[in-house]
Design a protein around this ligand. Structure first.
Ligand SMILES: *Cc1c(COP(=O)(O)O)cnc(C)c1O
Ligand code: SF4
Length: 342
């Protein structure tokens, strides 16, 4: 089976009703669509609110513009010194060698650039990006993102990893990817071997949003990475209608830890255009996170973060649990009760 990339294929697969065709053609003309066979097979055709379908099957709601929408919701453009690099924090830089993904999430925060036009950096642009990293000895960690860098071949991934590890100040190479869950057959032994390089530590940050994404093949792909000695952390996006309830979040975090993945970030949804139907309020998010903490160990807890629009970076959203009082502080517990703290 091949990825679903057209509305006709979506209808053939029973993932949308034939009557939605004209509308969805408009949606996919604006925001790219691709659904991997693994994820298409996982959709429950009988459930109109299926959380897998909601992540990947386009919907009419994406054509609605909300006043708060921003084309560059996290303000990356303001911090991009050369194409393919975003350098906002001194010790770490994002490096985007390719702006495509094996699957396109309907809530993607980079949906205005991912899956459109020129997708891979040219060899010349790659050379400029490596030269930028070389010229900035304060860059300790390089975060490969995109798009999804794991769509590259084992050979190309290996080349990037080796060129980075040859730069003495680059100690950590972190790969952000969704591939081990959405297209696990790409994670071959050869691919995993290409990630391991001398003189730098490889870390993988896996994007997963729902416990059902962890099919047996995905678990095998994750185990291959772990067995090669690569630590895994997770990133999830808190999304209305997908995982914004405490039972799903609990199951997701437990599934991550059971698969040797440390929950790292739970992202408040970004203000990407046409994604208002996935958003919830910060207060709702904080309440969910508090309920989650009442159920699970610290090991299962991600940090709930917001990327402040305008390029002001990520902040943990737990400040609301700490308030200044006359002669000290007050702190809110998991039940929502306040306690004085000197
Ligand atoms: C999220 C992000 C990073 C990574 O930051 P961590 O909080 O260390 O995971 C780096 N640069 C930019 C621009 C980011 O948005
Ligand atoms: S995997 Fe990440 S970059 Fe790719 S479509 Fe999903 S959210 Fe966007």
């Amino acid at each position: 089976m091949t990825p679903i990339k057209t509305v006709a294929a979506l209808i053939d697969e029973g993932l949308t009703a034939p009557g939605t065709r004209a509308t969805l053609e408009n949606v996919v003309a604006r925001y790219a669509m691709s659904i991997t066979p693994d994820m298409a097979a996982l959709v429950d055709r009988d459930d109109p609110g299926d959380p897998i379908a909601r992540q990947f099957v386009p919907s009419e709601a994406e054509l609605a513009a909300a006043p708060e929408d921003r084309p560059d919701p996290i303000g990356d453009a303001a911090h991009s010194p050369v194409p393919g690099i975003v350098h906002r924090h001194k010790d770490r830089a994002l490096f985007m060698p390719i702006l495509t993904c094996p699957i396109f999430c309907r809530f993607c925060f980079r949906r205005e650039s991912v899956g459109k036009g020129e997708s891979a950096l040219s060899p010349e642009a790659l050379a400029v990006a490596f030269a930028y990293i070389e010229a900035h000895p304060e860059i300790w960690e390089v975060i490969l993102t995109g798009g999804d860098p794991f769509v590259l071949s084992a050979r190309r991934v290996g080349e990037i990893a080796r060129r980075l590890s040859a730069i003495p100040h680059v100690r950590i190479i972190r790969w952000h990817t969704r591939v081990p869950v959405v297209d696990p057959s790409r994670i071959t032994d050869e691919f995993v071997a290409s990630l391991i390089v001398p003189d730098a530590t490889t870390i993988v940050a896996l994007h997963a949003n729902h416990p059902r994404e962890f099919l047996p093949a995905a678990r095998v792909a994750i185990a291959r990475l772990i067995d090669a000695g690569i630590p895994l952390v997770s990133q999830s996006v808190l999304l209305k209608g997908i995982n914004a309830d405490v039972d799903t979040l609990e199951a997701l975090m437990r599934t991550l830890v059971e698969n040797c993945i440390k929950p790292y970030y739970l992202h408040h949804p970004d203000l990407a255009p046409g994604t208002a139907h996935f958003r919830l309020s910060i207060k709702e998010g904080q309440e969910l996170v508090r309920s989650l903490r009442a159920r699970v160990s610290g090991l299962c807890m991600p940090t709930y973060v917001l990327d402040i629009p305008g390029g002001f970076a990520k902040v943990p959203l737990n400040e609301g649990d700490v308030e200044k009082t006359g002669d000290g502080w007050r702190i809110r517990d998991q039940q929502g009760n306040w306690h004085d703290y000197p």
